[in-house]
Design a protein around this ligand. Structure first.
Ligand SMILES: [Zn+2]
Length: 70
Protein backbone atom coordinates (compact mmCIF):
# COMPACT_ATOMS: atom_id res chain seq x y z
CA UNK A 1 0.00 0.00 0.00
CA UNK A 2 1.15 3.53 -0.75
CA UNK A 3 0.56 6.69 1.23
CA UNK A 4 0.75 10.30 0.06
CA UNK A 5 2.88 12.58 2.20
CA UNK A 6 1.00 15.75 3.13
CA UNK A 7 4.13 17.88 2.87
CA UNK A 8 5.81 16.90 -0.39
CA UNK A 9 2.80 15.17 -2.03
CA UNK A 10 5.04 12.24 -2.83
CA UNK A 11 3.75 8.68 -2.49
CA UNK A 12 5.82 6.56 -0.18
CA UNK A 13 5.78 3.05 1.19
CA UNK A 14 5.20 3.09 4.94
CA UNK A 15 6.69 0.50 7.24
CA UNK A 16 4.57 -2.58 7.87
CA UNK A 17 3.60 -1.49 11.38
CA UNK A 18 2.75 2.03 10.25
CA UNK A 19 0.76 0.70 7.30
CA UNK A 20 -1.31 -1.31 9.74
CA UNK A 21 -2.03 1.80 11.80
CA UNK A 22 -2.95 3.76 8.69
CA UNK A 23 -5.43 1.06 7.70
CA UNK A 24 -7.04 1.37 11.13
CA UNK A 25 -6.99 5.17 11.11
CA UNK A 26 -7.09 6.20 7.43
CA UNK A 27 -7.88 9.84 8.19
CA UNK A 28 -4.67 10.47 10.03
CA UNK A 29 -2.22 12.66 8.15
CA UNK A 30 0.95 10.95 7.04
CA UNK A 31 4.45 12.33 6.57
CA UNK A 32 7.17 10.52 4.65
CA UNK A 33 10.43 9.67 6.46
CA UNK A 34 12.29 12.41 4.55
CA UNK A 35 9.93 15.17 5.66
CA UNK A 36 9.75 13.75 9.16
CA UNK A 37 13.53 13.97 9.44
CA UNK A 38 13.52 17.51 8.03
CA UNK A 39 10.92 18.63 10.57
CA UNK A 40 12.80 16.98 13.41
CA UNK A 41 15.95 18.87 12.42
CA UNK A 42 14.05 22.16 12.20
CA UNK A 43 12.51 21.63 15.62
CA UNK A 44 15.90 20.74 17.06
CA UNK A 45 17.48 23.87 15.54
CA UNK A 46 14.68 26.07 16.83
CA UNK A 47 15.08 24.54 20.29
CA UNK A 48 18.81 25.22 20.26
CA UNK A 49 18.27 28.76 18.97
CA UNK A 50 15.70 29.39 21.68
CA UNK A 51 18.14 28.30 24.35
CA UNK A 52 20.87 30.68 23.18
CA UNK A 53 18.34 33.48 22.60
CA UNK A 54 17.10 33.33 26.19
CA UNK A 55 20.61 34.05 27.49
CA UNK A 56 20.73 37.45 25.75
CA UNK A 57 21.10 40.29 28.19
CA UNK A 58 17.95 42.04 29.31
CA UNK A 59 17.12 45.44 27.71
CA UNK A 60 17.18 46.98 31.19
CA UNK A 61 20.83 45.98 31.57
CA UNK A 62 21.74 47.95 28.46
CA UNK A 63 19.95 51.02 29.82
CA UNK A 64 21.59 50.88 33.25
CA UNK A 65 25.04 50.47 31.68
CA UNK A 66 24.71 53.88 29.97
CA UNK A 67 26.81 56.54 31.67
CA UNK A 68 24.68 59.29 33.20
CA UNK A 69 24.76 62.64 31.47
CA UNK A 70 25.98 65.71 33.38
ZN1 LIG B 1 7.32 14.16 2.40
Amino acid sequence: MKVICILCDQPFQPEKLIAKKIRKHPHRIQICPDCRQRITQQVEQRRLAGQTGSTLCHPADALSSQSPKD
